[in-house]
Ligand binder design. Structure first.
Ligand code: C5P
Length: 211
């Protein structure tokens, strides 16, 4: 069983994916961490913009090498979305995702191209969205929660730049798969959003059209 969750930054897809995995006893893969790992490597090497370094980092990718906390910054997120537009970086990370997708009894994978490219045959596909204003608001709350000072204009610029890059790249752009169910979380708190996602999974499994 594969549940594919795609959507833009701060749409709520990561939390929804994690909670769905807990609910069903499935394994969860946050595929954004793979691109963040590659982005982090090229940032550390001072070679952001050099395709060859990014491709080499993706080809020798070792998930155990990156402490998750280091990958959470906006700087790494921007670097991730730059390297994620390189076709060879994406193809180097496919095998890892396919292998994960075979885990039993099932998996939840979240990202940008899971329902369209990585697991087009996923039994359940959900495309999670929220308005840009709401996504910026959530990101600001998250950053404040971590105790830093927050430049609101910079957060907006970061989200807009990533949305633009992720939607308009030539390979595996962010888009809703034709058979994905849209879940707009703009007016939902996290527990309502998770409830709505579980309802979608149950409806699809029962062969019903989600409401
Ligand atoms: O989901 P997250 O914000 O961690 O992703 C960071 C970046 O990685 C995204 O902005 C996107 O460019 C890239 N990404 C991707 N394909 C995925 C997951 C993430 O291109 N499946």
């Amino acid at each position: 069983m594969i549940i594919a969750i795609d959507g833009p930054a701060a749409s709520g897809k990561g939390t929804i994916a994690r909670r769905l995995a807990q609910h069903y006893g499935y394994r969860h893969l946050d595929s954004g961490l793979l691109y963040r790992g590659v982005g982090f490597t090229v940032l550390q090497a001072g070679t952001l913009g050099e395709r060859a370094t990014a491709i080499a980092a993706a080809r020798s990718y070792d998930p155990a090498r990156f402490p998750e906390e280091e990958l959470k910054s906006d700087e790494v997120a921007q670097a991730a979305s730059i390297v994620a537009a390189i076709p060879e970086v994406r193809s180097a990370l496919i095998a890892l995702q396919h292998e994960f997708a075979r885990s039993k009894p099932g998996v939840v994978i979240d990202g940008r191209d899971i329902g369209t490219v990585i697991a087009p045959d996923a039994e359940v596909k959900i495309f999670v969205t929220a308005t840009p204003q709401e996504r910026v608001r959530r990101r600001i709350l998250e950053l404040r929660g971590r105790g830093g000072t927050v430049d609101e204009a910079a957060v907006l610029a970061d989200i807009e730049a990533r949305d633009d890059r992720d939607r308009n790249r030539a390979v595996a752009p962010l888009r809703q798969a034709e058979d994905a169910v849209l879940l707009d979380t703009t007016h939902l708190d996290i527990s309502s959003a998770v409830r709505a996602a579980i309802d979608i999974v149950e409806a699809v499994r029962a062969g019903r059209r989600p409401a």
